[in-house]
Design a protein around this ligand. Structure first.
Ligand SMILES: [Zn+2]
Length: 106
């Protein structure tokens, strides 16, 4: 189980890790690799901890920044912006490819 304070530190760690990786990516992954931050001891093996249908806490360790696994609220909640909503509205439609190929309004 993770406390809000631990989740906050995990988020900060993930952000720092992503920054280092991004800088390395911009260098073209050249040797030597950068010094990646090391995950603090107390943040290792945090579990999701959500209540399962059985009533026991979830034991999954592959948690997102939210502190929950992908089965318990870790996934995306969908598009929020009007552009994103318009994009997903095209999903599952057969003439989608034709719509994309043509510029809008022609
Ligand atoms: Zn879970």
């Amino acid at each position: 189980m993770s406390t809000p304070e631990q989740r906050k530190r995990l988020r900060a760690f993930n952000a720092e890790h992503a920054r280092v990786a991004e800088r390395w990516r911009k260098r073209g992954f050249q040797y030597p690799p950068p010094e990646f931050p090391i995950l603090p001891e107390d943040l290792r093996g945090l579990t999701c901890g959500a209540k399962t249908r059985k009533g026991t806490p979830c034991k999954r360790k592959d948690i997102y920044d939210s502190g929950r696994c992908h089965l318990h609220g870790g996934l995306s909640t969908g598009p929020k912006t009007p552009e994103g909503k318009a994009k997903v509205a095209l999903n599952g439609r057969c003439p989608k490819r034709r719509l994309e190929a043509k510029p809008m309004g022609s």
